[in-house]
Design a protein around this ligand. Structure first.
Ligand code: PNS
Length: 167
C-alpha cells in the first residue's frame, strides 16, 4: 500500500492544503494528514480544533485520515513505513525551505523520501497566516477556506476575539 504523510501546522487548513490533499489522494492509496508542531509558530487554534477542521474539510476523501503528533516528522514517518512525506510548494522560497527540510528528514531516521506537489497558480496567495490576518478583521474568506469549515472558523475566531476558547 502506498501511503503518504502530509505534515503541517494547518492553523487552519486552507483551500491550498485541500488541493494538495485531493491530488495526493488521487495518487496514493492512503494519505495521513498529520498536525505537527512547528517550533517557529505559535498556533491560534488548539491541536484538537485543527484536527477537527481538517476532518471536516476532507470528509469527501475516503482514503484520507487525520492524525496529530508532537514528535519529529522523521520518527512519525519511520513508524508508518513504507511511506513518503508530501509537501506543497507555492514559491521559490517554499522550495528552498522544504529542500532543506527534505535533507534533514531524509538523514534522520529511515531515509524517508519527500514528494513535492506544486501549488495551483490560483492558490499561490493562500496561506494560513493570511487567513488569520484577514479573519481578525472579519474579512470575507470563502476564497481561502474550504466551505465546510467557514462557519466553525468564524465562530472560533470570534471566541478567540472574546477571550480565548482554545479547547
Ligand atoms: O505548515 P508548516 O508550519 O510549514 O509545517 C511545518 C512542519 C510542522 C511540517 C515542521 O515544522 C515539522 O516537521 N515539525 C515536526 C518536528 C520536526 O520533525 N521538525 C523537523 C526537524 S528540525
Amino acid at each position: 500500500m502506498k501511503t503518504a504523510i502530509y505534515p503541517g501546522s494547518f492553523d487552519p487548513i486552507t483551500k491550498g492544503h485541500v488541493n494538495i490533499i485531493e491530488r495526493a489522494a488521487a495518487v496514493f492509496d492512503r494519505v495521513i494528514v498529520c498536525v505537527m508542531v512547528n517550533a517557529n509558530k505559535c498556533p491560534m487554534f488548539s491541536t484538537r480544533q485543527r484536527v477537527e477542521m481538517i476532518q471536516m474539510a476532507t470528509d469527501h476523501l475516503p482514503n484520507v485520515t487525520v492524525d496529530s503528533s508532537e514528535g519529529l516528522l522523521s520518527t512519525y514517518a519511520q513508524q508508518t513505513q513504507p511511506c513518503v512525506i508530501i509537501k506543497g510548494i507555492r514559491s521559490g522560497n517554499d522550495f528552498e525551505a522544504e529542500y532543506q527540510m527534505y535533507w534533514i528528514n531524509h538523514g534522520l531516521e529511515g531515509h524517508v523520501d519527500t514528494v513535492f506537489f506544486p501549488c495551483e497558480p490560483g492558490l499561490m496567495h493562500v496561506s494560513s497566516s493570511v487567513v488569520k490576518e484577514l479573519g481578525r478583521y472579519g474579512a470575507e474568506l470563502s476564497d481561502y477556506l474550504p466551505k465546510s469549515i467557514l462557519p466553525v472558523f468564524e465562530q472560533r475566531i470570534a471566541d478567540i476575539r472574546e477571550g480565548g476558547n482554545r479547547k
